[in-house]
Design a protein around this ligand. Structure first.
Ligand SMILES: C[S@@+](CC[C@H](N)C(=O)[O-])C[C@H]1O[C@@H](n2cnc3c(N)ncnc32)[C@H](O)[C@@H]1O
Length: 194
């Protein structure tokens, strides 16, 4: 049951490079597998990933996308993004090496069907602006919501407050999963805030 199969072809090479770089915030297999399943549920979709890292989750998202779907993945670390770009050569993806705060504020393209928020901007910061980039019926996906050994002082309270904020809203429904590092899947139900 817990065995994860269908690992993307590029995944092991990305893991190798990720370890070589000493990158210590990678998304895990369970998160990747769930992202793939969600991406596959939305043919012809527009998908946004905030926090590419070295492209581990990106490889999973891509492997679930149909030929008509498109993915934008944003990260401000050029070295990490270069690993993802080198390993994931696919015309359906646009890598953006930019500050997430600036990118979210300036984006004026079409809204998204699925959004993996895996950086501070888009999750703990600029949540409203980021949630506004989703279509009604779109999915907002976050991991690392269960206590993690690498959480800094004060982060547990921050995570708890974020969950309380989400649960208090009337423009979404959500499910908290004891899966991976703690996943929350949010579906936007209205464009009317709160
Ligand atoms: C948790 S890691 C992402 C892990 C990645 N999703 C994976 O599959 O391994 C968070 C990422 O956010 C990026 N980041 C941090 N601050 C950022 C900012 N202001 N703008 C854009 N990206 C940022 C970091 O460079 C890092 O790659």
């Amino acid at each position: 049951m817990n065995r994860i199969k269908d690992i993307p072809a590029q995944y092991e090479a990305i893991v190798f490079k990720t370890k070589a770089l000493g990158f210590d915030m990678p998304s895990d297999l369970q998160t990747g597998s769930l992202l793939k399943t969600l991406a596959a549920s939305k043919p012809g979709s527009r998908i946004l990933e905030l926090g590419t890292g070295t492209g581990l989750a990106t490889s999973w998202i891509l492997s679930g996308m149909d030929p008509q779907s498109r993915l934008i993945s944003v990260d401000n670390n050029a070295l990490l993004v270069s690993v993802a770009q080198e390993q994931l050569k696919d015309e359906r993806i646009e890598f953006v090496c930019a500050d997430g705060y600036e990118w979210i504020r300036s984006y004026n393209g079409a809204p998204f069907d699925l959004l993996f928020a895996d950086a501070m901007p888009g999750k703990y910061d600029l949540f409203e602006e980021t949630f506004a980039l989703l279509k009604t019926g779109g999915i907002y996906f976050i991991d690392d919501m269960l206590p993690q050994p690498n959480w800094p002082e004060g982060h547990a309270q921050k995570a708890a407050a974020f969950i309380t904020m989400l649960e208090s809203r009337t423009d979404l429904v959500l499910t908290k999963l004891n899966w991976s590092t703690g996943i929350i899947i949010v579906t936007k139900t209205s464009n009317n805030k709160l």
